[in-house]
Design a protein around this ligand. Structure first.
Ligand code: S3P
Length: 172
């Protein structure tokens, strides 16, 4: 397998925890795209959305994905919206991209305990993140599928079990 291995999927699908687990098992560096953007622009993702706007954030995300996809083996956990851009999708199709698929009800459970403030797209006036996630997942699922080499159920088992299934499916 030629690196990088890129994890995509909705917020709360476990891209971070599974990414760390894959990095440990493969002994490859792990990088989270959102964290890298926060370091580079010295602003949290929420602040980038608020002050710079989503369009600027998406452009930064696209440029960084391009940079990180050319260099050596590594595990990349991408932000949930990375597939919204057609050129990102074209790039992901050429890499080892894994879709962590999870039902919205599972995502709601996972995201319940997290600070919504950290995820600007989950801010809703009535606080109903279930509806937001369902709508988002319906729109994005075909996009995730279209660029993934494999799709793995993220709601079954621990991060370690999910990582194990990914490596098995990839024949590593
Ligand atoms: C987003 C997901 C977030 C982050 C930003 C936008 C999205 O990343 O990039 O808030 O559009 O789904 P995670 O999927 O890591 O939470």
């Amino acid at each position: 397998m030629n690196g990088p291995l890129v994890l995509i999927g909705m917020m709360g699908s476990g891209k971070t925890s599974v990414g760390k687990e894959l990095s440990r098992r493969l002994d490859w560096p792990w990088l989270d795209l959102d964290q890298a953007l926060e370091r580079r622009f010295k602003r949290s993702v929420a602040e980038q959305f608020k002050r710079d706007g989503e369009a600027v954030f998406r452009r930064r995300e696209r440029d960084l994905l391009r940079e990180l996809c050319v260099s050596g083996p590594r595990v990349l956990s991408a932000g949930g919206g990375v597939v919204l851009d057609a050129s990102n999708r074209a790039l992901l199709k050429k890499r080892t991209t894994v879709y962590l698929q999870a039902a919205p009800r599972f995502l709601v459970e996972r995201l319940k305990g997290t600070q919504v403030g950290l995820r600007p797209l989950l801010r809703s006036p009535d606080g109903d993140i279930g509806t937001l996630l369902r709508l988002m997942a319906a729109r994005r699922s075909p996009l995730y599928r279209s660029c993934a080499r494999i799709t793995v159920r993220a709601s079954q088992g621990t991060a370690s079990a999910v990582a194990g299934r990914i490596l098995k499916r990839l024949g590593v």
